[in-house]
Each structure stands twice: as C-alpha cells, then as structure tokens.
Design a protein around this ligand. Structure first.
Ligand code: SIN
Ligand code: FE
Length: 309
C-alpha cells in the first residue's frame, strides 16, 4: 500500500505546489492503484464550533447505536435521535455544510475527476469502533472491500474522504494488498465464475429490458459486477484464511487528519477510534486515470466477460 502525505495543500490557501494539475494526476493514479492520500491537517473548511457540537452529542442519542448518515442530494439525515428537533436541525445543517466543503475541496484537489463523480452519502461516526457487537457481515473490524447493497455502482469506484475529529485519540485501521492482488487469489473461490456465467445468460437482455422498471419502483438495479462485489464483501469477512493470513499493515490516523481512499480497492478494517466524518463519491470507470486497475476491469480480465450493465 502506498501512503502519500500531502502537506503542501492546506485550507485556506490551497496548493503551494508548482504544477498542481500534474500532481493531481499522480494522486489519482496512486489512489486508483490502492494508495492512501493522507493530510495531516483538515484540507477544507470545518469550523471549530461544528466539531465541538459533534463531540457533545450523546452516544445514547443515536438510534440503534448506528452511524449517522446524510444524503446530500435530498438533504436527509438518518440515524440521529429526534428527541431534540433543534439538535437534529443543527446536525442536518452541519452535515450539509461539511458535505459542500469536502466537495469543493475534492473538485479542486482531484481535478482530473472534476464534474464526473456522483456524490453519495456522508456519515458521522460517533461510536467507539473497538468491541462493537455486530453481526459478521456488518463488522468493520474484519477486513473487507466496500460494496453498498442499496446503491449499485455498475463498476463505478467508491472514493471516500475520512476525517478524524477526535481531539485526542487516533483512528486505527488495518489494510492489506489492493484488489488487483487479492482478486487473483480469492475471487474464484468467492464464485466469480458463477457471476460471469450469469452475465452471459440468455436472460440478460430481459434483465436489461426491465431495469428501468426495477429502478422506477426504487429497487437496486444490480449488474453482475455489483452482485459479485456484494458477495466478495461478505465472503472476505467470513473467510478465516483471508482474515488471518493477509499481510496486515496498521495505520494510525491522528486527531484532525484527513485521508482519501478507494475503499472498493483497499481491503480495510477499523480497529478502534470514535468520532469520524466521511463523505463518499462514486467515480465512473471512464473517469479513471488508470482504468485497468479498477475492480471492474480486473475482474473482467480474469473471467473474460463484461460484468457491467
Ligand atoms: C469502513 O468503511 O469499513 C469503516 C471505516 C471507518 O469507519 O473508519
Ligand atoms: Fe468499509
């Protein structure tokens, strides 16, 4: 895993680099191959008063002990308690502002993708990650690549921006080799052939035909790629050999640091820490600087079949 510390891009002020567009391309290339871009300081505007407000929120105020999610497109907040409508209103505004600021930053910093990504959900993660009692497929302390059941990407990449807003405690991750290394080892055992066969099935044109209908009634229209990635997410978490034999690298994200990562590419586990913010973007494969490193292309070259819709 390549770790790149970016310390010449700051908020406010932006770049101090001589040639930001060449640097941006290099950064996209590194991210796409499974690198992590690390910022020692928050590289976008984030008011101290917002941080204080988030830290003051009571853990019991979060429904079912879940993360709080925010949907930028509909300005909808989920997972916060409704006990105090004023707090909910403030939290919604805070998340909207946070989401806008991260987006401004990403648009400028990762300029090769500008205008091509689609914004996905943001989240506030107020719970201690160590020792959470969750069912196996929901456990984030087991290494996995991300795939969202409700939001198929059809090959689009999952780019995430995390910020540790805990003033004193690091957020601790473990990561392993990128998708292009683990897929050849494990994708066939996870059933890639079955999904490839499905992709070639005579029923596929029919599926494509009814896709607009599926979307119209609000169901996820999953391509063979999406179905495989969901399976792979679960399979990796279930698989003892992968969980115990993978070459782990421990990463510590200090207070106020920010990191960018394609979480569909870098298998990751969060071991400890509480209070993080995160914003997700879906970046289409044709916006990639190195498309052949995308999980879609890696899988397609393994099975020789088109897996997107
Ligand atoms: C995850 O995407 O698995 C969780 C990462 C985190 O909350 O730090
Ligand atoms: Fe994850």
């Amino acid at each position: 895993m390549s770790w790149i510390t970016v310390d010449d891009y700051r908020h406010p002020g932006g770049w101090t680099a001589a040639d930001p567009s060449a640097r941006a391309r290099q950064y996209c290339e590194s991210l796409e191959g499974g690198g992590i871009l690390f910022f020692p300081a928050i590289p976008f505007e984030f008011p101290e008063s917002d941080r204080a407000f988030l830290l003051s929120q009571k853990q019991s105020g979060f429904r079912h002990h879940k993360n709080v999610s925010y949907r930028p497109k509909s300005n909808l907040l989920r997972g916060a308690s409704n006990d105090d409508p004023e707090d909910t209103k403030r939290l919604t505004e805070l998340m909207r502002n946070y989401s806008n600021q991260v987006t401004r930053f990403i648009d400028q910093f990762l300029s090769p993708y500008a205008g091509q990504w689609a914004i996905d959900y943001a989240s506030f993660r107020p719970l201690e990650e160590q020792g959470r009692d969750l069912p196996v497929h929901k456990r984030n302390d087991l290494a996995h690549v991300d795939a969202f059941p409700s939001r198929p990407t059809n090959g689009g990449r999952i780019l995430r921006v995390f910020t540790n807003i805990n003033p004193t405690v690091n957020r601790v991750w473990e990561v392993t080799e990128p998708f292009s290394v683990i897929a050849p080892k494990f994708a066939n055992d996870a059933g890639l052939d079955r999904f490839a066969k499905d992709a070639n099935s005579p029923l596929r044109p029919l599926r494509r035909g009814i896709a607009p209908l599926v979307r119209a009634v609000g169901l996820p229209d999953r391509s063979p790629y999406d179905r495989f990635m969901l399976r792979f997410h679960d399979w990796l978490k279930e698989n003892n050999e992968f969980q115990t034999s993978w070459t782990k690298q421990r990463l510590e994200f200090p207070p106020f640091s920010t990191w960018l990562v394609y979480t569909d590419t870098v298998p990751h586990a969060v071991l400890s820490g509480r209070f993080a913010l995160e914003q997700t973007y879906i970046v289409p494969v044709n916006a990639m600087v190195v498309p052949q490193k995308s999980p879609l292309k890696v899988l397609e070259s393994m099975c020789g079949t088109s897996l997107s819709n």
